[in-house]
Design a protein around this ligand. Structure first.
Ligand code: ATP
Ligand code: MG
Length: 476
């Protein structure tokens, strides 16, 4: 959560409202009152160029030197004013995407729905969007139901501000004079710690239902309240999420759960009735979760991921989604097992069914699905402890660490598994000779003999030790 700095609170009190004329936009286009433009000069705000990434600064300067307007905008301005560290730096300009491309060799144009330029500096990608307007040059496509399918009409900065989602996301840092420009009252919202949609909330959610998820996510990330008027329509409009492309919802899900505030996002999704439109099986299972076991497991997993992100440790969506879909996979696998299907096949089949079902809402890329299936299918193999060869094979399996971490989480749901989990914790720290000898009868064909197990274990444990630092499975 980002907290508002004292310096910033002082800033708002000190800063005079700019004397410019209030914005006058065609009232037929926007039927809501426009706050006055407020310009906070360089001397009165805490946003400094030192906090802006080198790539974003270069883009801002190059655009400016070439005679274009150039602003840092969106989450970066918001987060810097709040004293946080932006995850990315978005830029708005009056140059068209083609004009931007002519200025930067390292530039590619992307998107159809929302065309923009990506300027690439090594690992940093700076997103440069042309200011959007209501009508004029370009194309906009609106569906009968109000959804904006394409939004590529260029416009003025005033119009661009009105097309953004939340007031706190419509602040512009102007590279020509280092001022912060607020067209819609975002500065006051930052101070009050509230999220307000710009314009008529219902219309804005209909234009793009993902804004409901963004409301939940940003309120979780910033620790802000969603203003009543912006929260009110969500209950009724949440079903519109069913029409959003599952690939886009996967991107949103990553931002919700993998960016360091997943637990808070989960709570906001539940609070606003959005979870069932993103993860229907989990939402349904939670309503049946009388003893709270599934909730504990889910919350524990999300909190672990948040902690790992804070510590800059790797995280993989495969592990998180393996947890989020567990309530669907486990009973289905059990059903298949009861009907006589062999264990590995049962778990893989149940996993594939859960992923396919989930793909109607959130399309999980196959490279993660494969890992999720492995994590699930390894679970029953933890129960086999008497066959030395099988124990060793599991310990050295590429997904052992992820599957073992998953087993630890399952203890939250099934306390009876604690003893099994403790056994596998001990097994990892022991040389092979100390592991229980397999009963001759239960030794599967090809399993390692007791005598030769120790050196192999030592060799493999070293490799396993390296994996240990990447419990997510390394497919992030
Ligand atoms: P984060 O901290 O997660 O990056 P962000 O607000 O910067 O949050 P981005 O997805 O990077 O989110 O979007 C950048 C900016 O683009 C937003 O601040 C907002 O002004 C605008 N924006 C993004 N998505 C939408 C949307 N669906 N509708 C309207 N404006 C949007
Ligand atoms: Mg951003």
């Amino acid at each position: 959560m980002i907290s508002i700095g004292n310096a910033f609170s002082r800033l708002l009190r000190r800063t005079p409202t700019n004397a410019q004329e209030p914005l006058r936009l065609n009232p037929e286009r926007r039927q809501f009152p426009q706050p006055e433009l407020r310009i906070v000069p360089r001397s009165a705000h805490a946003l400094s160029r030192k906090q802006i990434s080198p790539g974003a600064l270069r883009v801002l300067y190059r655009l400016h030197e070439s005679g274009y307007a150039a602003y840092l905008v969106g989450g970066a301005v918001r987060d810097l004013l709040l004293g946080g560290h932006p995850k990315d730096f978005d830029i708005a300009t009056d140059a068209t995407p083609e004009q931007v491309r002519q200025l930067f060799r390292n530039c590619r144009l992307i998107g159809r729905r929302f065309r923009l330029a990506h300027v690439v500096f090594g690992r940093e990608i700076v997103e440069v969007a042309t200011l959007r307007g209501q009508d004029g040059e370009g194309e906009r496509q609106v569906h009968d139901d109000g959804r904006i399918l394409r939004d590529n009409i260029w416009g003025s900065i005033e119009e661009d501000a009105l097309r953004r989602d939340f007031r706190v996301n419509a602040l512009y840092y102007d590279i020509s004079d280092f001022s912060v420009r607020d067209y819609v009252g975002g500065l006051e919202d930052l101070q009050r710690r509230e999220l307000h949609l710009i314009g008529d909330p219902e219309q804005r959610y209909r234009e793009d239902p993902v804004r409901m998820l963004r409301a939940a996510r940003l309120s979780a990330k910033l620790g802000f309240e969603i203003a009543d008027a912006s929260a009110a329509p969500i209950a009724e409009l949440a079903p519109l999420l069913a029409d959003v492309a599952p690939a886009r919802l996967f991107d949103e899900a990553l931002k919700l759960f993998m960016a360091g505030y997943g637990l808070a996002s989960f709570h906001q999704l539940e609070r606003y009735g959005l979870l069932r439109w993103l993860l229907p099986a989990l939402a349904a299972a939670l309503t049946r979760d009388r003893d709270g076991a599934l909730r504990r497991m889910t919350e524990h997993a999300l909190a672990n991921t948040d902690a790992r992100v804070r510590e800059d440790k790797p995280v993989t969506p495969a592990f998180t989604f393996a947890v989020l879909l567990w309530s669907e996979v486990q009973p289905e696998a059990q059903r298949l097992l009861d009907s006589g299907v062999e264990a590995s096949a049962a778990w893989h089949r149940a996993g594939q069914m859960a992923i396919a079902e989930q793909a109607q809402r959130v399309a999980i890329p196959r490279r993660f699905g494969v890992v999720m299936e492995e994590i699930w299918a390894l679970q029953p193999r933890f129960a086999v402890r008497t066959a030395r060869g099988r124990v060793q094979r599991l310990l050295t399996h590429p997904r052992f660490r992820a599957a073992y971490d998953f087993l630890l989480l399952r203890v939250e749901q099934e306390p009876a598994l604690a003893e099994l989990a403790a056994w596998w914790t001990a097994a990892q720290g022991q040389p092979g000779v100390a592991l229980p000898a397999p009963a001759a009868a239960s030794r599967p064909p090809g399993s390692a003999a007791v005598e030769d197990a120790a050196p192999r274990t030592a060799r493999r444990r070293r490799r396993g030790g390296q994996r240990k630092r990447n419990p997510g499975g390394g497919d992030a």
